[in-house]
Write a protein that binds this ligand. Structure first.
Ligand code: NAD
Length: 281
């Protein structure tokens, strides 16, 4: 089994993005990313700080907007309107989750589709499902790049996606369908999950269920993309990240993404690539 090195692939993608940023700057369009954070969720703080730092590393200008936890939906929508109209801003990212008084769906719908670098706007979702371009959500885009590093011809391969969320499961399924895989989407209510996974040439696990996918679920030669991230504290008090696949049981697979160091690093690299794409259009 070959582990797929997501860190190395993310570095290579960010290098290409940095070159494209330099080109856009030379042509008078410095790419800009607005990052909006409402409240003080510690995990969100970490994600936002990482996104800003990575943006800076590739030369993207980032605009940070921090709003207090009691911010009303109207105030946030007014900020989105302002960012939609700001020619320096090519990508808008609203860090989720939002406080309960704000309807996240309404906020995401308010982002101009051309600046929706997370790919969550209904127009981009529709474009993805009709195969007509648009901005693709970052984690699914990263999953496909990782798969592309080991698979040349997808036509007719059996792909099983575990999880049907709007941010990972469904868009990954659409991307695999676009490549003419035969796609099965499974979820918490699926019956006989191990038998279904056993049929797969490609497994994308995005359930958030640690070590759900066991070695004997995976057929020899299959490729496993492990999106799941669960934080667990071991007996000596150290926190570690655990994926949805039992990595140590996958010797017979063709290739597997480790956790950490697989899908995670690709997600931010794809966010930066999407920002450059939005700026270039
Ligand atoms: P979600 O909770 O929105 O969706 C989880 C999906 O998995 C649901 O459709 C649910 O039905 C299904 N599911 C849950 N338990 C299951 C089980 N035991 N068997 C079969 N299906 C099951 O989660 P999400 O936002 O899609 O994220 C999924 C996982 O991926 C999480 O661990 C999350 O932290 C991780 N994630 C990682 C990245 C990254 O950059 N690496 C990005 C996004 C999400």
């Amino acid at each position: 089994m070959t582990p797929i090195d997501g860190r190395a692939m993310a570095r290579a993608l960010s290098q290409r993005t940095a070159a494209e940023v330099a080109d856009l700057i030379a042509r008078g369009t410095p790419p800009g990313l607005a990052v909006v954070l409402v409240g003080e969720n510690p995990a969100s703080e970490v994600y936002v700080a990482r996104k800003m730092a990575e943006s800076a590393r590739v030369g993207i200008t980032s605009f940070e907007h921090r709003l207090p936890v009691e911010t009303s939906e109207a105030v946030l929508l007014a900020l989105i309107d302002m960012l939609n109209a700001d020619p320096r801003v090519h990508g808008i990212l609203v860090q989720l989750p939002l406080p309960e008084q704000i309807d996240a769906g309404r906020v995401l719908d308010a982002i101009a589709p051309g600046k929706d670098v997370d790919g969550f706007h209904p127009v981009n979702v529709g474009r993805l499902s009709t195969g007509t371009g648009g901005l693709v959500p970052c984690t699914p885009l990263g999953c496909m790049m990782l798969l592309d590093s080991v698979i040349d011809d997808y036509r007719g391969l059996a792909a099983v996606v575990i999880g049907k969320s709007n941010i990972v499961g469904k868009p990954v399924a659409m991307l695999l369908l676009e490549r003419e895989c035969t796609v099965t989407v499974t979820h918490i209510a699926t019956r006989g999950l191990p038998e279904i996974v056993c049929t797969a040439d490609i497994v994308v696990a995005a359930a958030g269920a640690p070590r759900l996918v066991r070695g004997d679920w995976v057929k020899p030669g299959a490729v496993v993309i492990d999106v799941g991230i669960t934080r667990q504290t071991d007996t000596d008090g150290r926190t570690k990240l655990v994926g949805d696949a039992a990595f140590d049981e996958m010797a017979h697979a063709r290739a597997v993404t480790p956790v950490p160091g697989g899908v995670g690093p690709m997600t931010i690299a794809c966010l930066l690539a999407n920002t450059v794409r939005a700026a270039g259009r």
